[in-house]
Design a binder for this molecule. Structure first.
Ligand code: IMP
Ligand code: MG
Length: 175
């Protein structure tokens, strides 16, 4: 393989799957007798979305959005655009946004307001990763898989230049 780079493992598949079970159980209990409408943010949240949904023991619908924040390199500009909207109507539904990572908070800050305008019954956020030290706008997820230090991570849905999304663990590149 060309471009061989060492990838350090930060979170193993087992750790992530275990955490998804815990959060899935928590959500199932908190929404007992109700139904939820999961909104996955493409593409980063795919693996985490699958982990969470298979651990829910309540009625569940799923949908996806694509939100892009424009900026240079790994920093965001604060301008967010919806590139693919929801397929369904979330009015009066219990919505949970499933996100890969909360970094500056810009994307979720925008997305939360965008979805709140459609008057769901409730609106929460479940993220695989949280990097609180990078926050530019106030944003707190309701369910956090793991809080991590300021590292650029890849794998388990997260990319660097569209690569590494398929890795079954969260890691970071050495150097
Ligand atoms: P925010 O708007 O700054 O919170 O950034 C949100 C998006 O930036 C995430 O949904 C990711 O797609 C991307 N991102 C932020 N940090 C990382 C990282 O460490 N690795 C890969 N993508 C990241
Ligand atoms: Mg993302």
């Amino acid at each position: 393989m060309e471009n061989m780079q060492t990838i350090n493992v930060l979170l193993t598949r087992e750790q992530i799957e275990e955490r998804a079970k815990e959060i899935g159980k928590q959500i199932s209990e908190e929404y007992a007798g109700k139904s939820v409408y999961l909104i996955g943010t493409l593409k980063g949240a795919v693996m985490w979305m699958a982990d969470i949904m298979k651990n829910l023991e309540i009625d569940t619908e799923i949908d996806f959005v694509v939100a892009s924040s424009y900026g240079s390199g790994t920093s965001t500009s604060g301008v967010v655009k919806i590139k693919k909207d929801l397929d369904g109507d979330i009015y009066d539904k219990n919505v949970i946004i499933i996100e890969d990572i909360v970094d500056t908070g810009t994307t979720l800050h925008f997305l939360k307001k965008y979805l709140a305008d459609r008057n769901p019954k409730s609106l929460k956020i479940c993220t695989l990763l949280d990097k609180p030290s990078r926050r530019l706008v106030e944003m707190e997820a309701d369910y956090v898989g793991f809080s991590i230090e300021n590292l650029f991570v890849i794998g388990y849905g997260l990319d660097y230049d569209q690569k590494y999304r398929n890795l079954p663990y969260v890691g970071y590149l050495e150097g």
